[in-house]
Design a protein around this ligand. Sequence first.
Ligand code: BT5
Length: 265
Amino acid sequence: MGAPLNVANVRERLNTRRLGAKFHYFAELTSTNSYARKLAENGAEEGEVVIAESQTQGRGRLGRRWESPPLANLYFSVILRPALAPAHAPQITLMAAVALAETVGSLIAQAPTIKWPNDILVEGKKLAGVLTEAACGSERIEYVILGIGVNVNYRIDSMAPEIRQRATSIADLTQRGVDREGLLLRLIQALDRCYGELEEAGFETLRPRWEAYFSLRGRRVRVELLDQVLTGRARGIERDGALVLEDDHGVLHSIYAGDVIPLET
Ligand code: BT5
């Protein structure tokens, strides 16, 4: 187990336009996303960050759990109030995946990949995940909670058995302990930069970078939706961030939420 984060140190070194003006730091929370949502409901400003050393009910998508042991990794949520139409909310997840992949990619020898929509994988194992939760009015997004979990100094032998075969961490990949404060600083700066690009220029400038990390293009996949399962080939993403799937009958589908399972290598 490492030392606690000194977020004041991180704050001082930050050079950002929108993110990180205020940090809410906790030794333990149920979920940083849940706490950030309460803050956002009570008028918190864009860019406020909620960070915890551990989470007792860290959340993935669709009610899944995010393993969040103390002092080893990063678990944080950023409150965003983007000037985007609700239909564009999924772009926040894609933007965050680019920021994560670029930051992590600069620290490890291996190339990270993005598994649509929210997984950062290295050598096929999950290194980080993104959970975005948006509250939308009819015409605009009220706020987005951008939640990020990154496995930093999480050693394979201390991982929960359910994820051990499928997860990795930066320390596991580099065989070295990683400075979590330095990583947090770089991640928030990268998110600030990519979020700025999204707000100013739309997703088009980020899209080629996202696509360069996209590992499933042309591959056969099964897509599990809430009420349906489709199989076919992943063709790419649309302007709004939807995954394009060409099913086995040649019909194109735009997928906004679901799980993608690769069927062959
Ligand atoms: C995600 O969900 O990948 C989103 C994870 C977001 C976590 C952050 S931490 C800060 C913020 N506050 C929260 O409460 N959440 C966010 P999903 O695609 O549904 O993946 C969940 C699945 O990943 C689980 O069912 C496990 O199989 C696996 N998993 C759980 N914990 C993991 C970990 N630490 N590392 C790698 N894989 C994990």
